[in-house]
Structures are given as structure tokens and as C-alpha cells.
Design a protein around this ligand. Structure first.
Ligand code: ADE
Length: 253
């Protein structure tokens, strides 16, 4: 059955270009995922269609109100019998990583709540108990872009979403290492050559070189990921020492 993704947002129109393009679009066409967008403002009850109000205690900005969000969540959830994994996008959330993305791709139904303004009334978190997810340590003007990032990352993992030639199995983060450098035609461009090993036809050597490159890159660019990888692969350093060779430098970091 298709993964059902409900999104509660004040700006449903923001999603159309992303969900209607490339892999998110193709996945929906293939019946792997369904997107249902709902405007939170449809659940406002006053004449002004208010969804937010000033914070108690003072301070700048506006806060999303409880009633409108609770009503929206309850209404949307009742549209399908499958229980939804509730997620609020917020800079206060756990940082999104590939492990979380993989877990979410196994769910039957996701309900994403994208807020605007200063944030949500804390009782929305307390009562609805959503998972809070952040896409990074910076502040966006709303949760919509974060929701789209999450949707894109999840949907491409659904079985059949990617073509056979671009499977997600051995890419960056699947095993905690960055990706190896890639090349395509021509063999030489403005004096820069494709490494000989990739033209050798020796698949074993190519696989060794690629693994080495992945380890070197991870070590150099993401020491945090490298430490984690070493904990999970205690033999990695020995493997690397045996075969270590400097990679061609592609750009300064
Ligand atoms: N809303 C605003 N900033 C955000 C972030 N970094 N991640 C998720 N949601 C957000």
C-alpha cells in the first residue's frame, strides 16, 4: 500500500513544484506514495481566520494556537484509518539524518506539521506528542521547506522509487561514509584526467579504490562521521593503511 503523507501547512501552494517534479512526482504516479495537503487556516473559527496570537509573557513574533492545530490534526487523521506518525518540523527537533529517514520510509502514514511564526504553543507538542525534527542548525521562515526536504529524502527510499541504475543502497550515508568521486566523459577535461583505475576495467581494483576514497573523504571532510564509522568498523583503519594512497585533489576545502 502506498505511503500516505499528510501535510498541514499555511502555504500548501509551496509544495506543488517540489511534489510535482522528478522523483517525488514519479513515486506518486507509480502509486508508491500519496500526498494530501491541508491548509491549517481552514480550521480557524473566528472572522479573521486567525491561526496565531501574541506570546504570553511578551516578546516578538506570533505563536501558532492550539485549537486550530488540534482540530486540523484530528480532522485529517480521521480521513484514513491508518494511524499516522506525527511530525512537527522545528529547529528545536532532533537533527534529521539518514537513519531517521530510513525509519520514516517504513511507516504507512506520516503527518507533517509545518509551522510559521515564532513557533507552536507548547501544548501542541505536549498533547499531540509529535516527533520534532530539525533539518539543521539554522532558522527557516517556516517548516515547509523542511517538510519538503524530509519528504524528498523519504520518498526516494520507497522500493521502486529510484530506477535500477540509481539505487540508494551504496550511496552516501547508507553505511556512514561519504560518496566516492565520480567521473564521466571525456577522459580528459582542461588538463584534468580521470584516474587510470576507473578506466582499467578491473572491477575489484575499482571497488577498492572507491572504498579508499570514501574513507579518505569522510576522514578529511567529516571527522564526526569518521569517528562514528570507526566505532562501527574497528578494522577500517588497518584496511586503509594497507592500501592508502593520496587521492587526486579536486578542490580546496
Ligand atoms: N523551521 C524553521 N527552521 C527549521 C529547521 N531548521 N528545521 C526544521 N523546521 C524548521
Amino acid at each position: 500500500m502506498a505511503l500516505r503523507i499528510d501535510v498541514l501547512t499555511l502555504f500548501p501552494e509551496m509544495f506543488a513544484p517540489i511534489l510535482g517534479t522528478s522523483i517525488p512526482k514519479r513515486a506518486a504516479e507509480k502509486g508508491l506514495v500519496e500526498y494530501h495537503l491541508t491548509n491549517i487556516r481552514d480550521f480557524a473559527t473566528d472572522n479573521h481566520k486567525s491561526v496565531d496570537d501574541k506570546p504570553f509573557g511578551g516578546g516578538p513574533g506570533m505563536v501558532m494556537m492550539c485549537q486550530v492545530v488540534y482540530d486540523a490534526v484530528r480532522d485529517v487523521e480521521a480521513r484514513d484509518p491508518r494511524p499516522a506518525r506525527r511530525i512537527i518540523l522545528s529547529p528545536q527537533g532532533v537533527p534529521l539524518d539518514q537513519k531517521i529517514v530510513e525509519q520514516l520510509s517504513q511507516e504507512q502514514r506520516l503527518l507533517l506539521i509545518a509551522g510559521h511564526y515564532e513557533g507552536f504553543d507548547e501544548r501542541i507538542i505536549e498533547g499531540l506528542k509529535p516527533m520534532e525534527i530539525s533539518i539543521g542548525d539554522y532558522v527557516l521562515s517556516g517548516g515547509e521547506l523542511a517538510a519538503m526536504v524530509l519528504i524528498d529524502a523519504v520518498v526516494r527510499l520507497l522500493p521502486g522509487a529510484l530506477g535500477a541504475e540509481d539505487g540508494a543502497a551504496d550511496e552516501t550515508f547508507a553505511d556512514g561514509l561519504l560518496e566516492f568521486p565520480q567521473y564521466t566523459r571525456p577522459r580528459e577535461f582542461e588538463g584534468m584526467k580521470v584516474p587510470d583505475v576507473l578506466l582499467s576495467g578491473d572491477h575489484k581494483k575499482i571497488a577498492q579504490w572507491r572504498l579508499q576514497q570514501r574513507m579518505l573523504r569522510t576522514q578529511e571532510r567529516r571527522p564526526d562521521l569518521w569517528q562514528k564509522y570507526l566505532q562501527e568498523h574497528p578494522d577500517a583503519l588497518n584496511e586503509k593503511k594497507k592500501k592508502r594512497r593520496r587521492p587526486p585533489i579536486e578542490f580546496e576545502i
